[in-house]
Design a protein around this ligand. Structure first.
Ligand code: SF4
Length: 317
């Protein structure tokens, strides 16, 4: 059997993970590697299990994205959408069933079967939240899903031919970034991109939480613009990007052009982050990296929601 190799690659979220705490990055990218194998040592298996846990925000966001992706697929295939209430109920049923399964399997008592799922909040009192705190999250997720039906995007893409949809969160996209002669694959999952009737390419990011500060997601969107111009040959001036806040203001178009200088600056930042990560790794091609070369964060606040707390003896207190 061919053995998987943990060759280095980058994504915007991995960069954020490293900037938050290099040691946590090591746990996720290197410490967990191979932990799915039965022959792995118990410590690697435990790191792997912890790395697979989802927190409540990622969990609900993932399921909304998943359902919206399927709705967009129906639009592309010119099939009718299921009624909104039906979709909301189906989402609720999925969340309930996974919540119950996670509660039952908590703290690694279940084997690491394929498709293992667990919630960080079920990992003991360090992460627990009260039962009443779950309901607003589930309500928000349902609201976000319903927001797709009211969004300005739905009528716009409904009128387009199927081939105008360029991305819909279904495939991982990759572009190569040259960092000191090393071609680094930069991965991204683009929620929705399509060629609009005015000829522009619209690249959208579904948001299921509340709007944050302006420019919060700009770096991620700049990488998407870079990908579209580099890999798909779309000139930057023809690209319009922006978030769609599904739970709060889905009817409001918030797209705009991106300044090429901003894209260049984000690429420069990305190269800087990749350089920093590579300086900690022994062999980025073969995936060799020692834990001690990845410093722990100096900010105890960062450790609050870190699944590796119990294993991280050097963490700040
Ligand atoms: S517990 Fe803190 S220091 Fe340790 S890996 Fe997590 S975030 Fe980093």
């Amino acid at each position: 059997m061919t053995r998987l190799v943990n060759t280095f690659s980058y994504s915007h979220s991995r960069g954020g993970l490293f900037r938050d705490c290099p040691r946590r990055y090591w746990f996720v990218r290197y410490g967990a590697w191979g932990g799915w194998e039965r022959s792995a040592d118990p410590s690697t298996r435990e790191i792997y299990r912890l790395s697979k846990l989802s927190n409540r925000y990622l969990w609900t966001g993932h399921h909304v994205h998943d359902r919206v992706e399927r709705l967009v697929a129906k639009v592309v295939e010119k099939k009718p959408l299921p009624p909104e209430e039906e979709e909301r109920s189906a989402l609720l049923a999925t969340l309930r069933s996974e919540f119950a399964a996670s509660k039952k399997d908590r703290s690694g008592k279940a084997s690491l079967r394929k498709g293992f799922f667990g919630l960080l909040e079920h990992e003991g009192r360090d992460f627990a939240i009260s039962d009443t705190d779950w309901k607003p999250l589930v309500d928000r997720a349902q609201e976000a899903l319903g927001g797709f039906y009211r969004s300005w995007v739905l009528p716009e893409i409904s009128g387009l031919p199927g081939e105008a949809i360029l991305d819909r969160d279904a495939e991982l996209r990759t572009a190569l970034l040259d960092v000191d002669g090393f071609e680094v694959p930069v991965h991204m999952k683009i929620d929705l991109a399509y060629r609009a009737s005015d000829g522009t390419v619209r690249v959208l990011d579904w948001k299921t939480g509340r709007p944050g500060s302006a420019g919060e997601h700009e770096s991620q969107l700049a990488l998407y613009a870079w990908y579209y111009s580099r890999e798909r040959g779309v000139p930057l001036e023809s690209i319009r990007l922006g978030p769609v806040y599904l739970a709060t203001r889905p009817e409001r178009p918030e797209i705009g052009q991106i300044d090429p200088k901003r894209v260049a600056a984000v690429l420069e930042e990305t190269v800087g982050t990749v350089r920093e990560i590579l300086s900690c790794i022994d062999d980025p091609v073969l995936g060799v990296a020692r834990k001690e070369r990845f410093p722990v964060t100096m900010r105890p606040f960062t450790c609050r929601d870190c699944p590796f707390r119990s294993l991280c003896l050097d963490r700040p207190r």
